[in-house]
Design a protein around this ligand. Structure first.
Ligand SMILES: *[C@@H]1O[C@H](CO)[C@@H](O)[C@H](O)[C@H]1NC(C)=O
Ligand SMILES: *[C@@H]1O[C@H](CO)[C@@H](O)[C@H](O)[C@H]1NC(C)=O
Length: 286
């Protein structure tokens, strides 16, 4: 026993040291430069295509990847989720590429980013590539969770921009449009610290989603949201022509699609959100 202890403790010491290093720097031991070769997903008519063949999507939503990736002890849940998804034959996961001003924010204030959190997003993308899962990355939230429109409006207030306190100032105000474009550019040109690939060149990314579940109820004609979508989609495409782009709609029909209104949920509310699935998706044509 006594003799054994002398050997045992150093081994425990060594093992826990290795475990610590692995938990701290586990990414270093996965060679993300040798991730499975994925091709860009493209579109032909109503079909998604990969390498000239039709690509059918089995998708899911795990909005929390970035949030969990920031914390060492929650990070392994991402790998576990991707493994489970891949095992079930799932191919695309939708997740957040934003956390504006909230706890563990990616964007701390307009144009200021937390590199530690950006590295967490690098990890999410690299890890997805490892499992052959593509990501649909959403760029901002219409809702308040993880910042959203409310946070952008707050930032503009704090910077002394004169604007209406409505959350829809997010769509109207030129300064806020500028903040958002800056976020888009920062993300799309980000070079992943693990793979060395810029996000805009990374086929692991299935596509971009402008905004999660946009509503602009202060303009029920839908013209304001439409205008914002046209400006932002043009901007995304000016930086990145390789990826698909979608809006992030809930899928309701608006006043410009009168024949389809009966397909909305019962009542008028769904047609009065300032959104219209057909009209909003059409001008993109990407
Ligand atoms: C796109 O689809 C059309 C109709 O199915 C087909 O004729 C054409 O070859 C396809 N183009 C590509 C690039 O796959
Ligand atoms: C903006 O949205 C938040 C979250 O939904 C809400 O609490 C707040 O009252 C809204 N602001 C205005 C001015 O309506």
């Amino acid at each position: 026993m006594v003799a054994g202890n002398g050997v045992f403790y150093p081994i425990i010491g060594f093992a826990s040291c290795v475990a610590f290093i692995y938990m701290s720097f586990g990414d270093l031991w996965v060679n993300y430069h040798e991730e499975p070769e994925l091709s860009f997903v493209q579109r032909n008519g109503t079909h998604f295509m990969v390498d000239g063949r039709i690509f059918y999507i089995n998708g899911w939503n795990s909005y929390w990847f970035l949030d969990h990736a920031v914390d060492e002890y929650r990070r392994p849940r991402i790998r576990a989720m991707l493994q489970a998804g891949a095992k079930m034959g799932l191919t695309v996961c939708r997740t957040w590429a934003f956390n504006d001003g909230a706890y563990n924010a990616l964007q701390i204030s307009p144009g200021r980013y937390d590199e530690r959190v950006f590295k967490a997003l690098d990890h999410v993308i690299a890890e997805a590539g490892q499992h052959g899962i593509r990501l649909l990355l959403s760029l901002v939230n219409n809702l308040q969770a993880y910042g959203g429109k409310t946070q952008y409006v707050q930032w503009a207030w704090e910077e002394g921009v004169g604007l209406s306190s409505s959350n829809d100032s997010f769509f109207y105000d030129p300064s806020i449009r500028h903040y958002f474009k800056n976020h888009v550019k920062t993300l799309l040109t980000r070079k992943n610290t693990l793979t060395g690939i810029q996000y805009r060149d990374d086929p692991t990314i299935f596509g971009w989603e402008l905004i999660n579940e946009p509503r602009c109820m202060t303009d029920r004609s839908g013209n304001s949201l439409q205008d914002w979508i046209e400006e932002m989609s043009t901007f995304v495409k000016s930086i990145d022509k390789k990826h698909l782009l979608t809006v992030g709609l809930e899928g309701f029909y608006g006043p410009k699609s009168p024949k389809r209104l009966t397909v909305n949920p019962p009542g008028d509310w769904a047609a009065n959100l300032g959104s219209d699935f057909i009209r909003n998706s059409n001008p993109l044509n990407h």
